[in-house]
Design a binder for this molecule. Structure first.
Ligand code: ZN
Length: 496
């Protein structure tokens, strides 16, 4: 795994390329004055370096930059209505990619003085700027698990060393910088785990092999910061809706449920009844491959469905972060439903009526709506766990999933969507998620669950209480990503 290290310009000989992330190549700022002349000289000969969002390799001598490699990654202006922290993230990613293609194996990132920074939340704090640039760079150096295994390269990164230029004038700043980079490294280790699980093919990351990967990450011992439990099969009496999805798979692809628990120490200043202690209860959708089941995906839309496990992957990544940062005053528990939605003679079918863990009679209409089948039972489990707490109101329940095709239709690629139920809306949870995402170049849109969504899933027939879906693909259904949230709340018993 590649970790990013803060360093000073005096240590630049440890690196083999300088990558400057900036919004104006003619104004790099005092810290980077050593490179100003070279870049100004280059600008006079080739003004393409001035183009917003361009990435330029600037030829120079080894006395200017180590190994004679200097890259300028242009962020473009940062202060227009639509600019956000992704401008920094993307520029760093492009800069590192160009450096790697030029042969660099130990790049050094530098943030130039940014003259067009607006006074927005994301841009007010140096921490955030460095975090966005570092995370963009770390995205560029990630090497996929399958490539690592095929090439015998154990390292999760395409480079051996990654540096980040900082000023550490005194011990106080040095301590703050160390803290900043500890956080970035922990965040990145969580992202790497999530990418390894989410991005790998459906055989490499079948349910059983995901469980193996998680066991090697967290250990099956009970004395680590995160304790892991595996249910080796999905029992219909415990998880009736999830077990139905699992029915169509062959033995090799059979589903598992993984539970992770993180117990943070109580803050020394607080007692057990401290009001700030929060319990996070999460459920992650880990569909290792989604064929659609009997409601088969057609017309080429099955391709890419190995990534339908990214909800579970993201939740596992969060627990990796918790294991490293060990935040106090927090308990977190999650359940990951690792299931393949296969087509076979045993597959669950439209028209079946199944009683959910919460005791609700659910009519299956579309077997491609399998995510909500998995999450409804796991959300019900989290609801039961919340009710066991001394103060259930201190629990925060989340489901995390690759949403429906309708989500992409509604908002486009690259956006997560947050939806609150009533209690969450009163706490402003979706708005807080959106604000937090804005700080680290990971934007969220907020959707609202409305009365039409509840009407949509309520059955008028005598056999069932709830309809799981309609027969059409979600992208052809109005409110195709909002009404499943109403289904989840109802089928899990959360509405009660
Ligand atoms: Zn599906």
């Amino acid at each position: 795994m590649c970790s990013i290290e803060p360093c000073s310009l005096l240590q630049q000989s440890n690196y083999d390329c300088i990558i400057i992330v900036g919004d104006n190549p003619l104004h790099l700022g005092q810290n980077l004055s050593a490179f100003s002349k070279t870049i100004q000289h280059y600008c006079a000969k080739n003004c393409s370096i001035m183009s917003p969002k361009s990435t330029t390799f600037v030829p120079c001598s080894e006395s200017v930059a180590p190994a004679g490699r200097l890259v300028f990654a242009h962020t473009g202006p940062l202060n227009r209505d639509f600019d956000d922290s992704r401008s920094l993230y993307d520029a760093a990613q492009r800069g590192i990619e160009l450096a790697i293609s030029a042969g660099s194996r130990s790049p050094l990132l530098c943030r130039a003085w940014l003259g067009s920074l607006p006074s927005d939340q994301w841009s007010m704090d140096l921490n955030n700027l460095d975090r966005c640039i570092a995370l963009g760079a770390l995205q560029a150096v990630y090497c996929p698990l399958e490539v690592r295994e095929a090439t015998g390269n154990r390292n999760a990164a395409l480079v051996g060393r990654l540096g980040y230029l900082v000023n550490q004038e005194d011990d106080a700043t040095a301590a703050l910088v160390a803290q900043r980079f500890n956080f970035i490294r922990a965040l990145e280790s969580g992202r790497q785990l999530a990418r390894d699980i989410g991005g790998s093919d459906p055989e490499r990351m079948s349910p059983g092999r995901i469980a193996d990967r998680l066991a090697s990450e967290f250990g099956v011992v009970s004395n680590g910061p995160v304790v892991m439990e595996i249910e080796e099969s999905i029992k219909p009496e415990k998880y009736p809706l999830m077990a139905a999805v699992d029915r169509g798979s062959v033995e090799r692809h059979r589903g598992k449920v993984v539970h992770l628990t993180y117990e943070g120490e109580l803050n020394s200043r607080a007692d057990a009844a401290d009001r700030s202690h929060v319990t996070l209860l999460l459920a992650g959708k880990g569909v290792t491959f989604d064929s659609g089941g009997l409601s088969l995906k057609t017309g080429g839309s099955m391709v890419g469905m190995h990534r339908d496990k990214c909800g579970a992957a993201a939740v596992a990544g969060l627990f990796s972060l918790l294991a490293q940062l060990r935040p106090p005053n927090l308990t977190a528990r999650c359940s990951l439903g690792l299931v393949r939605n296969s087509i076979g003679s045993g597959s669950y079918s439209p028209d079946e009526v199944i009683v959910s863990r919460a005791g609700r009679r659910v009519r299956v209409v579309n077997t491609d709506a399998e995510g909500r089948m998995i999450l409804a039972d796991l959300l019900c489990l989290q609801r039961e766990r919340a009710l066991e707490l001394a103060e259930p109101s201190r629990a925060r329940l989340f489901t995390v999933a690759t949403l429906t095709g309708h989500a992409v239709l509604a908002y486009g690629q690259g956006y997560s969507i947050a939806m609150d139920n009533g209690p969450a809306r009163r706490l402003g949870v979706a708005a807080k998620l959106q604000a937090a995402g804005d700080l680290i170049a990971d934007p969220f849109e907020i959707s609202t669950v409305r009365r039409e969504d509840w009407d949509f899933v309520r059955s008028s027939g005598p056999y069932e209480e709830l309809l799981q879906c309609n027969p059409q693909p979600s992208a052809a259904t109005p409110r195709g990503h909002q009404f499943p949230a109403a289904f989840l709340a109802a089928a899990s018993g959360l509405d009660k």
